[in-house]
Design a protein. Structure first.
Length: 337
């Protein structure tokens, strides 16, 4: 075959292939109405175990809009705040396992509080089916801008030299922010004083005002204080540096080997969902999460996009639960403290 003819054939083939790929990408989002012939057959409810306006609520509302576009059915967000998220989780646990009620949540009511409380009316590992991971965020260890501590090693050296002298705030006993700092205390073999507050806002202001020495919280929630020179970031707990705060080192870069921890945002369904229905729900949720508008929303919130399928997310949640169980057992944290 002449070279010119071969080149023309390749051009035609490449153009055809590009067209096929574009059509496949469009179909992945817009052609899910075929699924809607059997599911969903009624409005979908996304239960958020937190008050309106927070990160989980914002993600759920963005997802609701995209799922509604996909399927043509109404999607509502039902905020069920209270009891550390366990009220909202419980509402989904007891919902019919038909895929029309889903949970959009962070770890607390799934992998943290079940190790701290005996009165939770569900068993997350048995009563919920993981559907998919949407995003993650690291914790940022930070101190007041006037603090003498420039690095995590400085702070830990002070804690080791004078046990109990370092005070750290959290949104409350048993929260993820509390336990991630307990993990730091255990790994560094130091004694630090926990000062719980009623919510993330007061806990953050305690560091800004110099009432405590340190806090662990999401990087995006501290960015304004960092930019304003009120707070100094020491290290983040992610496996890589934050895109929001690229100049702050990770814990591993700071000399704390293996110290990687993330808060996550995921979707669950009631256990008992059939394999076929679970696959349908997975397809719909995944298409929404992969949509460019949803990805932009995640990045705008300072979160790290990360998508996992049902099998991967189930293993991820199980490992996360094991990590927090070990921290709770070793630190002897109790909600009656």
């Amino acid at each position: 075959m002449p070279a010119a003819t071969g080149g023309k054939v390749r051009q035609i083939f490449t153009a055809a292939l590009r067209g096929i790929l574009v059509m496949a990408a469009i179909t992945a989002f817009t052609d899910l109405r075929a699924v809607a012939q059997s599911f969903p057959s009624q409005p979908i409810k996304l239960v958020v175990p937190a008050a309106p306006g927070g990160s989980t609520d914002i993600l759920a509302r963005s997802m609701a809009q995209l799922i509604q576009q996909q399927t043509g059915v109404s999607v509502v967000v039902d905020n069920r705040a209270g009891a550390g998220g366990t009220i909202g989780v419980g509402a989904v646990v007891h919902a019919p396992p038909d895929g029309h009620t889903l949970l959009v949540t962070v770890p607390d009511g799934i992998t943290v509080l079940p190790h701290l409380r005996k009165d939770i009316p569900y068993r997350a590992a048995q009563d919920l089916m993981p559907i998919g991971l949407m995003a993650e965020t690291s914790w940022l260890f930070a101190v007041n801008a006037g603090s003498p501590f420039k690095t995590m090693k400085d702070l830990i050296a002070a804690a080791a030299a004078k046990p109990g002298s370092i005070r750290y705030s959290s949104p409350g006993i048993g929260t993820s922010a509390h336990l991630v700092t307990e993990r730091l205390r255990l790994q560094s073999n130091t004694d630090m004083l926990h000062v719980p507050y009623k919510g993330a806002g007061p806990a953050t202001m305690a560091v800004v005002m110099g009432e405590v020495d340190m806090i662990a919280t999401s990087p995006i929630s501290l960015k304004a204080f960092l930019d304003g020179g009120k707070i100094r970031g020491l290290a983040i707990t992610g496996g890589r540096r934050s895109a929001v705060l690229p100049d702050i080192p990770t814990m591993e870069e700071s000399g704390f080997a293996g110290f990687v921890a993330s808060a996550w945002f995921g979707v669950f369904a009631p256990a008992g969902l059939s394999a076929d229905r679970a696959e349908q729900v997975d397809r719909i949720v995944s298409a929404a999460v992969r949509h460019p508008d949803f990805q932009k929303q995640i990045l705008a919130m300072g979160l790290d996009p990360r998508l996992m399928n049902r099998t991967e997310f189930a293993a991820y949640v199980a490992a996360d639960s094991t990590r927090w169980r070990e921290v709770v057992e070793k630190s002897k944290v109790s909600l009656s403290d």
